[in-house]
Design a protein around this ligand. Structure first.
Ligand SMILES: Cc1cc2nc3c(=O)[nH]c(=O)nc-3n(C[C@H](O)[C@H](O)[C@H](O)COP(=O)(O)OP(=O)(O)OC[C@H]3O[C@@H](n4cnc5c(N)ncnc54)[C@H](O)[C@@H]3O)c2cc1C
Length: 244
């Protein structure tokens, strides 16, 4: 991939989402010409944070805010602290507001939103895979006549629901927007859907109905979902995916 310019940003705000995930709102320089399409990712690094070979530690992160938010001078990354051994994610979770972050990008051409597509949109995400999907959803909702939007979102249990207020808020207030959540490790008292995302899909979407589909999550979830959608008759061109 062709190298993109590096932009010096700073952490403008750290927004806790769940016990393991925070959204890092990065302030852009006033004269920044940075643009991107919903679904793209950047390479992030922290000045002076190097590996044992003296090279900068860089990691890919999907942009979780919409290109429309650039007008307010920021972009957001929503990052899971992977725990023991998570080199970069632990380091950024220890950062403070005001700290500098280097952003290189945007990258990615295949997992981008086609804003003008009027087809019903189906977003299927798991865990932090909701990040680029949230960028797409915010972008669609900023258009004059958003298409029908269905979001299927899988995560472990209630406390792991990233963007809960925002997504539940859309489901309550935006016509044509619906949200289905699935807990993979439900706690006692959970009365909603539970299990693996691909296992729940046959009941929800027994056959292709003209949707365009964006899937993002861990590789098992993505491949299981793609396999099911193929069986259900979803054409390959209608299905886009990203995984990590
Ligand atoms: C296109 C793209 C977009 C992404 N977007 C996001 C996003 O929006 N949000 C997000 O949270 N992440 C995202 N990621 C993942 C992100 O790039 C990092 O991989 C993630 O943050 C972990 O980085 P780390 O440095 O903390 O962990 P690493 O140090 O890279 O380690 C990752 C895991 O591997 C284990 N590990 C490391 N080294 C070894 C080893 N030698 N042997 C065995 N296990 C090992 C660690 O214990 C840890 O669990 C994205 C990835 C891609 C490719």
């Amino acid at each position: 991939m062709a190298k993109r310019p590096v932009i010096e940003t700073h952490i403008h705000a750290i927004i806790p989402e769940t016990p393991r995930v925070s959204t890092f709102r990065l302030g852009l320089p006033k004269d920044s010409a940075f643009t991107f399409r919903a679904g793209q990712f950047i390479m992030a690094s922290i000045p002076d944070f190097q590996n044992d070979k003296g090279r900068p530690v860089r990691r890919a992160y999907s942009i979780s805010s919409s290109p429309l938010d650039l007008g307010n001078g920021y972009l957001e990354l929503s990052i899971t602290r992977v725990g023991e051994g998570g080199y970069f994610s632990n380091r950024i979770h220890a950062a403070r507001e005001g700290d500098p972050i280097l952003v290189e990008g945007p990258y990615g051409t295949s997992f981008t939103l086609e804003e003008a597509n009027p087809a019903p949109h189906l977003f299927i995400g798991a865990g932090s895979g909701i990040a680029p999907l949230r960028a797409m959803i915010r972008t669609l909702l900023g258009t004059q006549s958003p298409p029908e939007i269905k979001v299927v979102y899988g995560f472990r249990k209630g406390e792991d629901f990233i963007f809960e207020r925002e997504l539940v808020g859309y489901a309550k207030s935006v016509p044509g927007f619906s949200l289905i959540v699935i807990h993979s490790r439900p706690e006692p008292g959970w009365e909603g859907l539970s299990g693996r995302v691909p296992d729940v899909l046959p009941n929800l979407f027994p056959k292709y109905d003209g949707q365009v589909v964006y899937i993002c999550g861990h590789p098992d979830m993505v491949s299981g979902t793609v396999d099911y959608l193929q069986l259900a008759g979803f054409p390959e061109v209608a299905v886009r995916k990203e995984q990590w």
